[in-house]
Structures are given as structure tokens and as C-alpha cells.
Write a protein that binds this ligand. Sequence first.
Ligand code: HAM
Length: 415
Amino acid sequence: MSQNLKAVKGMRDLLPELAEKFRYIESTASSTAGLYGFNEIRTPILEPTALFLRSLGDTSDIVSKEMYRFTDHGGEDLVLRPEGTAGVARAFLCEGLAQHLPLKLCYQGPMFRRERPQRGRYRQFSQFGVELLGVEKPQADLEVLACGYRILKTLGVLGTVTLHLNTIGDQASRQDYREKLVSYFSERKSELSKDSLDRLEKNPLRILDSKDPSDIALLKEAPKLHASLSEDAKTFFNEVTEGLKLLGIPFEVDERLVRGLDYYCHTVFEFTTTALGAQSAILAGGRYDGLISDLGGPKTPGVGWAFGVDRLAELLPERQSELAVISLIPLGQEAEMKAVMIAEDLRGQGLRVELGYSGNLAKRMKRADKLGSQAVVILGSDELIKGLATVKNLKLGTQSEVSISSLGAHLKSLS
Ligand code: HAM
């Protein structure tokens, strides 16, 4: 195949089996989020570049190296959205949604990050996310966390999953901590990795989630974030952890969890799995009380998360099709056309029907078997004249003659 007709690196074709898993995950998530009052919002895939520069932070990996950014023919500076929260915040401002607070919105769709592709990490991937705007209390964090937990539970993937939770405090807590951290690492610059040295200048908190062994060793003795927390931040986090205990949602406090985006404050969390290798975060988020005001809006607290549909699809057990397949096999010229009519009638009754298009009976039976058919309906010309068809129940190995007029009811009684 010609080189330039390949899919773009890191971007996948979702073939039917995988696409069906995506659909199932997204519809389960959306109906579960509906129980919490989240309503869907659809925002554009292209957003002005300034939106992400102002919300995610210049030093975030996304802004510094991963955005698909371009200038269109009209000279506008645009980005293929790398995540959904900033777009929801922009829509909140542009659509005058402040009068509807508190507001619960959910979204799903493709996101784009030019990361190094590997298992579970793609350059185009899908997220499903929820955002709860306008509630400053820890109860909102709890609702949002409970919603994520319930979705993972409903999908049956909790077995390998742990909820990691942390607080990065309010602005005052972080300012105090940043100073202590900078002073600690400034005396140990020669031992820091190159990336962390860079972060020391720009965003020292990010050193905490470094994977470099020498950084990790240094972090053991480093000042602790929790020691810098204000009383308010401590009380807030305490209410979140106590609430999780009451809800029966297990979690681990991970003091090194800081998350890579600038808009977070207070609660941050990640549900990770041991089943996917390095790309272990499946659902992640936190509180972002400063985001909307940073974008020029009124002070509006927010908390939310997003999960990677691609990653959850890998965790999902194999799924059986929800509708049993019925295969129609016409024998003879006249039966071929009649079969199209009968198939249409059966579909009208809610049955999933496949037509055996060509080949002898054996070949068509083989295809019906391959499709996992529950039953095969053989339409022979002679039988059709009598208004009858032969129904083979492939699951039980039985066979019976059924009148065409009661075919639908008979086939439904099989499942
Ligand atoms: P995030 O941690 O950047 O947060 O992404 C959330 C989830 O999206 C990740 O945990 C992962 O499952 C999935 N994901 C991220 N990048 C990739 C990739 N390259 N390939 C496959 N899956 C990926 C956010 O995006 C925030 N907007 C979440 C949020 C909502 N915070 C508050 N509200």
C-alpha cells in the first residue's frame, strides 16, 4: 500500500468488534451518569489555541509538546482538543450557563495528543467525562467519585483497579509547598534528572510524579506536600476521605499524585489498573475551582473526571451480541426474493436477521454458524407454497416446521 494511505501514526480504525465495545462503554457510562443528573454537552473538536494555553498551563506536557496546533486558511490559531474540561468551561462562559448553576454536564468523543504511541496510548483516543460546576463542597467531589466508581463497577472492571487519591490543597498551600520544594531541590540540582531540572524552574510540583529513579530517591527526603496544607485544605480533604469510607469506596492516599494539568486544586485522583502495563490510568480528574475565573469568568468551582474509552475497552471481558442472530437461507430462485420480504417482516418484529446470500446449503449453513446464529430458517420453494418454513435451532440441534405467519413469535420464543 502507498505509504501516505496508511492511517496516521497513533490513530486507529475501530473495527466492528471494538467499536461495539466503545458503544457499550459509552452508553453504560452515559446512563449511569444520568442517575447522578449529568446531561450531555457536545462541544467542538477544534478550539482556539488560547483556550488550552490559559487553562492547562504552558508547562504541562500537553501544551509544551503534544498539541495538534495549526493555523487555518483564515489565519486562526486552532488546536484539535486534547481534553474536554477546557471546552466545557469555554461553553459555560460563551453560552451564559452561569445562571443554571449548579450544573452537571457529561461528554464523550475523540481527543488528540501527539504522545509516543504504545499499548493504551494513542494520538487520537476517546474520552467520556463528567463535570460538576458551581458546588464548592466536598459532597460534589464525593458524588463525582461515586459516579466514576459505579461506572467501573457496572462495566465489571473493578477487579484490577485501585483508586489513588490526593489533595494538592488551595493556592496558599501550594505556594508554601512550592517554595519549600524549590529550596530543597536547588541544593541537589546535580542529582536531579534533566526533565525535573526543567520542572524546578517552571512547575516544581510536577517533580513529584517523576518516574526517574534518582528523582524518586531524592523525593524520599523531600518536604511533604501535606505538611504545607492549610487548615481549610486539610478539613476539605478529610471530608472527602471520610465520605468515601462511608460510601464503601476503597482508596489509597498517594501523596505523590499531583496530575499534569495546571487547573487542579484540592482533590486529585486516578483510578489505575494493573492489567494494562505502563498506561495504567483509566479514569482521572479532580477539582478545578480556579479554571473558569482564569478564563475570565466569574469564580465558579468545578470538579470532574474523564476516562479513556480505549483503555476501558481493553479491560472489558468479551461481549456477546445483545441480539441473537437468526439466519434465513432461501433455496431456489423464488425463495430468494421472498426471503428479503420475510427478513424485513421479522426485523419489523425486532429480530436480528441475516440473509444467506449465495452458495449451496452447506456453505450457507457454515456462514450461519460462523455468525453465531441461534436459529436458521430454511425457505424451500415447495414449503413456501404451503406457507411453511423449516426452523433449525442450532443451540439445541432440533428442527421443526413452522408456518410463515407465526415465524416471528416462534423465533422469539427461542431466546
Ligand atoms: P487526563 O488524565 O489527561 O485528564 O485524561 C483522562 C484519561 O484519559 C486518562 O486517565 C486515560 O485513561 C485517558 N487518556 C489520556 N491520554 C490518553 C492517550 N494518549 N491514549 C489513550 N487514553 C488516554 C483529563 O483529560 C482531564 N480533562 C480530566 C478531568 C475532567 N479533570 C477534571 N475534569
